[in-house]
Design a protein around this ligand. Structure first.
Ligand SMILES: N[C@@H](CCC(=O)N[C@@H](CS)C(=O)NCC(=O)O)C(=O)O
Length: 207
């Protein structure tokens, strides 16, 4: 299995983290996203015409989009079934939060790209949108927490938690603090306490 990867990418980290949780060996193909912009080179565009990381290649299967890759890996390799439970309610809820990770939470990534790599993006708007997303996530964690649920989409950690984690945890790189989100803070700590958790630059253990 090959992962086209960039060490500072939160989207690539979603996959590295989940492969670690599943204890799966794989080969990394480093792509010089910055400053090299290799993801825009013709060779890479043949692998992913969108010019985005990550990409996973597993035998004949080639996939882009971190959320899609998480679904694939959980469906194929998680024999416990707990990361992507096969029941309609769980699958619907997980899909909802995977989409949230790929859209609303990406505002945090945009603020980070602006602050760290000088991307020409509206950072104030990205920060405001990220705060709105974090408010929704924090309220959700409080609400389900009253019923004893510690994870985003159920009583066990799922790929929804893996997908949402990186750009929430990395948000301070983009000037978005966690002070107003106590339920998020506790959830971040719980994820970091899971067996085989790995970090990436910018993620420091949060108490
Ligand atoms: N929907 C994709 C988005 C992936 C994405 O935006 N990746 C970034 C790196 S973290 C990228 O390659 N962006 C292209 C660019 O900056 O030109 C996913 O969830 O994997």
């Amino acid at each position: 299995m090959k992962l086209y990867d960039y060490i500072l990418s939160g989207n690539c980290y979603k996959i590295r983290l989940f492969l670690s949780f599943l204890d799966i060996n794989y080969e990394t193909v480093p792509v010089d996203y910055y400053p090299g912009r290799e993801h825009r080179f013709p060779d890479f565009l043949e692998i992913n015409p969108l010019g985005q990381l990550p990409v996973l290649v597993d035998d004949e299967v080639k996939l882009r989009d971190a959320q899609a890759i998480l679904i694939y890996l959980a469906s194929k390799y998680d024999t416990s079934g707990r990361w992507y439970p096969r029941n309609p309610e769980a699958m619907g809820k997980i899909a909802m939060w995977l989409s949230f990770a790929g859209t609303e939470i990406m505002n945090s990534s945009n603020a980070r790209l602006h602050d760290m790599l000088a991307y020409d993006l509206d950072a104030d708007k990205a920060r405001a949108n990220a705060h709105a997303a974090f408010r929704i996530l924090d309220d959700h964690l409080v609400e389900v927490g009253f019923a004893g649920q510690e994870w985003i989409a159920g009583t066990q950690p799922s790929i929804a938690d893996v997908a949402c984690f990186p750009y929430v945890a990395l948000s301070r790189d983009g000037g978005i603090e966690h002070d107003d989100y106590p339920a998020i803070q506790s959830w971040l700590t719980r994820i970091q306490s899971l067996p085989r958790f790995i970090d990436m630059p910018g993620i420091h253990f949060m108490k």
